[in-house]
Write a new protein. Sequence first.
Length: 123
Amino acid sequence: MCSVIKGEVIEGKKLGRKLGFPTANIELEVTDSTPNGIYAVEVELDGIEYFGVANIGIRPTIKDSDVKLLEVYIFDLSKDIYGKELRVKLSVWLREERKFEDIDELQRQIAEDVESAKKYFKL
Ligand SMILES: Cc1cc2nc3c(=O)[nH]c(=O)nc-3n(C[C@H](O)[C@H](O)[C@H](O)COP(=O)(O)O)c2cc1C
């Protein structure tokens, strides 16, 4: 797998910050056929490469809307990147997007996803 998605970072609901995993959100075209799910990713921002973990889907736990989003939690990055262009390379598919019972369960799973991605990249 080696699909690359490019896009501009838009404002999310900022719940990610409360979850402890702030994400950069990119709205995908309705016609985008990338399979939903959680991926280990490599991200290029301002010419610098980062690693991270991404979710492509509609976030059934939050019941936000039916808009398909790419959300990336970038490791070791704390600055505000709204409006910036991101290039996201999907390195490996980790799991399906799921509806969790509560936010705590989602938070625990995202922490596991981060560990899986770090293991994959040998970080
Ligand atoms: C690695 C990762 C995995 C995620 N997995 C799921 C999931 O399985 N189900 C789900 O409903 N949302 C999932 N999410 C999305 C979170 O619900 C989302 O990041 C949170 O609502 C924050 O959204 P915001 O940026 O709009 O504030 C995932 C997010 C990340 C970064």
